[in-house]
Design a protein around this ligand. Structure first.
Ligand SMILES: [Zn+2]
Length: 82
């Protein structure tokens, strides 16, 4: 997983969609309010820190369109390299 990174300085995250969890990591699709770039917001109850990982536009669109289920979970694991 990539280390904590921010997108544009001072920008807020806009939550786009909840993606459920993969390997006990909760995932949500968010966008930078300044540039609109999609990121994955990751957090887990087992670690104190949350993190953000940049996403390709195509991957973000694909994830947002997928219904909850094993297929989406598999895609998350693939994207996050879990
Ligand atoms: Zn940005």
């Amino acid at each position: 997983m990539t280390k904590d990174t921010a997108c544009c300085p001072g920008a807020q995250w806009t939550r786009v969609a909840d993606l459920g969890n993969a390997q006990a990591i909760d995932c949500a699709l968010v966008r930078c309010s300044a540039c609109g770039r999609p990121w994955m917001h990751l957090w887990t109850p087992y670690a104190p820190k949350e993190s953000y990982s940049p996403l390709e536009d195509a991957a973000a669109a694909e994830l947002a369109a997928m219904p909850p289920g094993p297929e989406r979970k598999r895609k998350l694991c693939e994207l996050l390299d879990l």
